[in-house]
Every structure is written in structure tokens, then in C-alpha cells.
Ligand binder design. Structure first.
Ligand code: PLP
Length: 259
């Protein structure tokens, strides 16, 4: 039985990153730090280090569907956070669940590339993301290369964001880390208009799991009924703090410190 003091629960679908920097571990740590309870489901298992992903295997989609249905029947879920999907079949299974629970807000970080550049999404998965997942997304958090890649855009992150709104993502937060500018500017789009910009001083390092930390934080805040602009601001501030105190635990990118 849920008590009055139970924390909101965030159901997460993410890959397992054994470095502990990105993926489901980032979700669990960030969501817990924001006062929510994470319910984690693994979509894919990866072989990687703090430089790059070398290989991955997705979990059987029927298994994921049964796992998620068991949780959704048992626990009140306040938000669903989606990260790495890995295959079109996994995307279809999650789409089936989203259709069964249209009232739960979905926060989706479209993980298409590993930090080191390896592709984590083939063409059929991109098609499934655009047709099945994005139309059911409340807050989408692509970085600039992901926004351009999803929409087959070459130049304008703004046009890409508008296109993603048009596909059905209600709010699109395009993170600006990959722009070659001194300041990092993240922009939130709603109904094809930029509704907020968030500016941060550029940090000198590269990080393993910053996007996951951001989306998981935003999911935990949206699970607490915080409005999207404030949820994005708080999630970005928190993520920036984890990067300021990030640690060189491996030989590659730094790991955000979410402890
Ligand atoms: N999820 C998994 C399982 C990953 O392996 C990665 C990157 O390697 C990501 C998500 C994305 O990480 P980031 O937050 O650094 O974009």
C-alpha cells in the first residue's frame, strides 16, 4: 500500500553502462538525489569504458514488456524516463506500454551516440523513435547532433527542434554542449517557439553520462509536478554541479559526481 509520504516513483528504461557513468546507474543516482524512487528496467547491456562503447546487446522485448507491466500494475508511476532503446523491437515494446498509460509524462533522452561517437541507433530504430516514441513524449532532451540526426537536418538545431515539436514532442530541450561556442546555451522549445534559454560557462572536460543525469533529473522533477521550464532549469543546475565536481575514475571522460 502506498502511504501519504511515499516518494514519487520514476520508471526508467535505460542501458547498463558498467563504468557507472551513464545509463541506468546515472538514472538511479540522479532520481534518488531529487527525492524520487527509481524503478529501473534495463533495455540493453553494453561493453564500454570511459572512452567509448564497443558493443551492446538488447534485452528481449517481450521480457521488457512483462517486466514493465508487472511494475505498472503494482506501483503508482509518476513519470517514465527513457534513455537508450537499442533496437526497433524495444522501441515498439515501450510504445505498447506508453499507449496503455497515456496519462504518465514521458521524458525521453534520445541516446543515439556514445560519448566517444559510436552509433547506438540504427536506421530502423530512428524510424521507430520518430513514429512511436517522440509523438508520446512530454519532454525530449536531445543534444544538437541528436536533434539534427533525428530530423535529417544538416544545419539548424532550431528547425530540428521545431520539427520535433511537430512530430509530437510537447517540450524539446536542445542541449548546446556540442556547439563550438565559449558559452553553452541550452534552449527549450514548445509549440515550435523557443520558450527559455539556459546559459552556462563552458567546462573544459568531456563527461560520461551528463545527458542521462540531465534527463533523469528532469524526470524526477516532472514526477513532482514541477512545470517544464522550472524542471529544466533545476535539472540543468543540478547536472552542472555534478560536472563541476566530476571525477577522473577511468582514463577517458570524467564521471559526473552525483553522490
Ligand atoms: N546510456 C548508455 C547505456 C550509454 O552507454 C551511453 C553512452 O555511452 C548513454 C546512455 C549516453 O551517455 P551521455 O549521457 O554521456 O550522453
Amino acid at each position: 500500500m502506498s502511504s501519504q509520504h511515499s516518494p514519487p516513483i520514476v520508471l526508467c528504461f535505460s542501458g547498463l553502462d558498467p563504468t557507472g557513468g551513464a545509463g541506468i546507474q546515472a538514472d538511479i543516482q540522479a532520481i534518488s538525489q531529487h527525492g524520487c524512487h527509481p524503478a529501473p528496467i534495463i533495455t540493453a547491456n553494453t561493453i564500454q569504458d570511459t572512452h567509448n562503447v564497443s558493443s551492446f546487446q538488447t534485452v528481449d522485448e517481450h521480457f521488457i514488456l512483462k517486466q514493465a507491466r508487472a511494475i505498472l500494475q503494482d506501483m503508482p508511476i509518476s513519470a517514465i524516463k527513457i534513455g537508450m532503446l537499442g533496437s526497433g523491437q524495444v522501441a515498439e515494446a515501450i510504445y505498447t506500454l506508453l499507449r496503455e498509460h497515456p496519462q504518465i509524462p514521458v521524458i525521453y533522452d534520445p541516446v543515439l551516440f556514445a560519448g566517444g561517437g559510436s552509433s547506438l541507433a540504427q536506421k530502423n530504430l530512428i524510424d521507430a523513435i520518430n513514429s512511436l516514441i517522440i509523438p508520446n513524449t512530454f519532454l525530449l532532451t536531445p543534444n544538437i547532433p541528436e536533434a539534427l540526426h533525428l530530423t535529417s537536418q544538416k544545419l539548424s538545431a532550431e528547425i530540428a527542434a521545431q520539427h520535433l515539436n511537430n512530430l509530437g514532442a510537447q517540450h524539446v530541450l536542445v542541449t548546446g554542449t556540442h556547439a563550438r561556442k565559449a558559452e553553452v546555451v541550452h534552449k527549450l522549445y514548445h509549440r515550435m517557439k523557443c520558450t527559455a534559454s539556459f546559459r552556462y560557462k563552458r567546462l573544459e572536460h568531456e563527461y560520461h553520462g551528463s545527458g542521462c543525469t540531465l534527463a533523469a533529473s528532469a524526470a524526477a522533477l516532472i514526477a513532482q509536478a514541477i512545470e517544464p521550464v522550472n524542471a529544466c532549469q533545476n535539472a540543468l543546475d543540478y547536472t552542472y554541479k555534478t560536472l563541476l565536481r566530476a571525477e577522473a575514475l577511468g582514463k577517458g571522460q570524467l564521471i559526473p559526481n552525483r553522490r
